[in-house]
Write a protein that binds this ligand. Structure first.
Ligand SMILES: Nc1ncnc2c1ncn2[C@@H]1O[C@H](COP(=O)(O)OP(=O)(O)O)[C@@H](O)[C@H]1O
Ligand SMILES: [Mg+2]
Length: 421
């Protein structure tokens, strides 16, 4: 065909315009050119295909993730649409399939139990969620803690250890025997055949180290430490205080091994008197609940109680009965040896020059640990006021005078410990 083809026609055919001079040569070069163009086209199409393939893979993965998200949202919508469950308490278990529940409005029903719930968690007394129509037990709920009670659990351990409590060696020993030993090696008590004490009561004048000692215990054991001040348990509404005590003990049992520290227990533990006001009666109910809890729990439940008070004289005798606070540990005003130890402890971290402890100790008869600490702080303040970098004997003598004066005025009797910490 090429033989008969007319140059001009060919030129038109391949879309080339312009004069064609040498037909054969021209024909050859234009074919080559066309080939080149086609090759280029082919290559660019190939690239485009690759791009499209990539894009498709990308789109497919996007679809997959969107589908997953849609599923999740669907599920969320479904759970938001699901009817509410009624909260109640399981009262009794009849057999494997049925139980008796009390719904939140007080009515009692015999209902079906969810077979997938393990019998271990389905115990009388637990809080459960019930189906709205059939009241069947759907799930077991966590017990509700009063935020004040759950907030009492100490998460950060105090930095105080037994070395920060000066003197009081015998008391430290007793506390450790009564609290730490039963928690750490209960087998010892089993072997000897005695029941470990349930709790101890620390009594003594203010500022002599009761709270300090309890903090040292908290620092030293692995047990959960729950601290509650008596006045927090004295509540305004009827039944509130009792409920808090109950929750305090069930929290302690759940977190066992644990130690409950009831500071300033006289706020609720004061003697029950006749003819008291309704506020007093509420406090007495709280005390009764505390006594019931103390009696109720088993010694082996790994819950120990430390209580502290400045006023053992006004405590109800029922609290002091054996089986409740089995041990009363007295933390007295420090004697000469004790004062020396406390001074040594606090002076240890101070920059002092030529201090002779004997006259200082002799001059501070009757000082509590808190007053001794205040004396040291005051001596430091005197040195600072005189722009001295160290504390001298005279500073201490002056500071003892000042603290004595405050003592006479009654200013330091009930100083909160936070002032010194
Ligand atoms: N034996 C002691 N050793 C060292 N510091 C003590 C001692 N007793 C009291 N203190 C000081 O007094 C402060 C108050 O003591 P604290 O234990 O709170 O008294 P309370 O017996 O009233 O609970 C403590 O923070 C500590 O600085
Ligand atoms: Mg205290």
């Amino acid at each position: 065909m090429t033989e008969f083809i007319d140059d001009r026609r060919y030129a038109r055919l391949i879309g080339m315009v312009g004069e064609v001079e040498t037909p054969t040569k021209n024909l050859k070069s234009s074919t080559e050119e066309e080939l080149k163009i086609l090759e280029e086209d082919f290559k660019s199409l190939q690239d485009q295909t690759q791009d499209l393939i990539n894009e498709r893979a990308h789109m497919e993965s996007e679809i997959r993730s969107l589908k997953k998200r849609a599923n999740r949202l669907d599920e969320e919508v479904r759970s938001l649409k699901s009817p509410p469950l009624i909260v109640g308490h399981l009262e009794d278990i009849l057999d494997q399939e049925r139980g008796i529940v009390r719904s939140s409005n007080g009515t009692v029903f015999s209902v079906a139990l969810n077979q997938r719930l393990s019998p271990e968690v389905l115990k009388p007394g637990v809080r459960v969620a019930l189906n709205q129509d059939t009241l069947a037990v759907i799930e077991v709920l966590h017990d509700a803690w009063d935020p004040m009670v759950s907030g009492a659990e100490m998460v950060d351990k105090p930095t105080i250890n037994y070395d920060s409590v000066a003197g009081l060696d015998e008391q430290k020993q007793s506390v450790r025997e009564a609290i730490e030993l039963p928690l750490n090696s209960p087998e010892l008590f089993k072997k000897v055949g005695v029941e470990p004490p349930k709790g101890i009561l620390l009594v003594g004048p203010p500022g002599c180290g009761k709270t300090l000692l309890a903090k040292a215990v908290a620092n030293h054991t692995e047990a959960t430490f729950i601290r509650m001040v008596g006045s927090e348990l004295a509540q305004k509404y009827i039944g509130e205080g009792g409920r808090m005590v109950r929750e305090l003990f069930s929290l302690a049992k759940e977190k066992a091994p644990s130690i409950i520290f009831l500071d300033e227990i006289d706020a609720i533990g004061a003697k029950r008197l006749d003819g008291s006001t309704s506020g007093d009666r509420e406090v007495q109910r709280t005390l009764m609940q505390l006594l019931a809890e103390l009696d109720g729990f088993d010694v082996l439940e790994n819950v120990k109680i430390i209580a502290a008070t400045n006023r053992p004289d006004i405590l109800d005798e029922a609290l002091l009965r054996p089986g409740r606070f089995d041990r009363v540990i007295e933390i007295p005003i420090p004697d000469d040896v004790g004062r020396k130890a406390i001074f040594q402890l606090h002076i240890g971290s101070m920059n002092t020059k030529k201090i002779s402890l004997k006259p200082i100790v002799d001059k501070t008869t009757g000082f509590s640990g808190a007053e001794i600490k205040a004396t040291c702080v005051e001596a430091g303040m005197i040195a600072i006021r005189q722009s001295r970098g160290h504390i001298t004997q005279e500073d201490f003598i002056e500071s003892i005078k000042r603290i004595n004066l405050k003592k006479i005025q009654g200013g330091l009797k009930d100083t909160p410990e936070s002032m010194y910490n």
